[in-house]
Design a protein around this ligand. Structure first.
Ligand SMILES: C[S@@+](CC[C@H](N)C(=O)[O-])C[C@H]1O[C@@H](n2cnc3c(N)ncnc32)[C@H](O)[C@@H]1O
Length: 241
């Protein structure tokens, strides 16, 4: 499965859920506020900008935002929403013009790069775009391997009326595939699948160091909640000297 096959026209059409799910104001608002503060009056670059879920309100908040995005259908949806400059390409390698005080990569998307080499390249690409003292912010889930009983390699991560999500793990390759089953009253379900390379926080910090970053802060969420052994995700801020 290639990323451009996953983020196709059908996915792009269904991605935005205005006011609900990850588009809910209580999800978007704190992220935008924190990113605006971390941009510190400078320009921001979003890796994998998608349809602009975060970039559009951040730009409306007064932060000049640029994006890098692989999927043409996702980009087309963004262009319908706002005139944000975007480079079509791979966030591990593509270059956007100029320098930035903030690069950010949210919603677990560094995991969409399926090798450690590409993930390290992504850190290095962030560093290349930043001014001295600039920040790279990553929002990422903590791998849920503690929930996997011996001999089992699948976990239901969410179930509600009309939707079941199941992750299948390959711990040797450090890969998982998220399977999303959406259904109505009938027998048939729509299935979409997304492969990822999961990353432990410690490995992420090492990737940052390889690219010249130090870890400035790690919290459990965008509002500064404490990161603990029970946290299911984190917002990590890396900073160049
Ligand atoms: C979960 S969506 C996140 C979009 C947006 N950042 C958000 O928070 O709503 C993942 C996005 O990453 C993009 N993507 C996946 N791999 C990429 C890559 N190597 N370079 C750039 N974009 C990529 C997909 O096309 C998709 O738009």
């Amino acid at each position: 499965m290639r990323q451009d096959e996953i983020w196709d026209a059908e996915t792009a059409e269904r991605y935005d859920t205005p006011g609900r799910g990850v588009f809910a104001p209580e999800v978007v608002g704190p992220a935008v506020e924190r990113l605006a503060a971390l941009a510190d009056g400078g320009r921001a670059l979003e890796f994998a900008i998608g349809t602009g879920r975060i970039a559009v309100p951040l730009a409306e908040r007064g932060v000049p935002v640029t994006g890098i995005e692989l999927s043409e259908p996702m980009l087309a949806k963004l262009r319908q929403r706002a005139a944000i400059p975007v480079v079509a390409g791979d966030m591990a390698t593509a270059r956007a013009e100029g320098r930035f005080s903030l690069v950010y990569l949210v919603y677990n998307t560094i995991s969409n790069l399926l090798t450690q080499d590409e993930q390290v390249a992504c850190f290095r690409n962030a560093a290349r775009h930043l001014d001295p003292g600039g920040r790279f912010v990553i929002e990422l889930g903590v791998p849920e391997l503690r929930r996997l009983p011996p001999g089992q390699d699948a976990l239901v991560f969410h179930a509600e009326d009309g939707y079941v999500g199941v992750d299948t793990y390959d711990p040797v390759r450090q890969h998982l595939v998220s399977h999303h089953f959406t259904f109505g009253a009938g027998r048939q379900a729509r299935v979409s699948r997304c492969p990822q390379r999961y990353i432990w926080p410690a490995e992420l910090d090492l990737m940052g160091r390889l690219a010249g970053f130090g870890l400035e802060s790690r919290h459990a969420d965008w509002t500064g909640g404490e990161f603990t052994t029970e946290s299911s995700s984190h917002v990590s801020v890396y900073r160049l000297p």
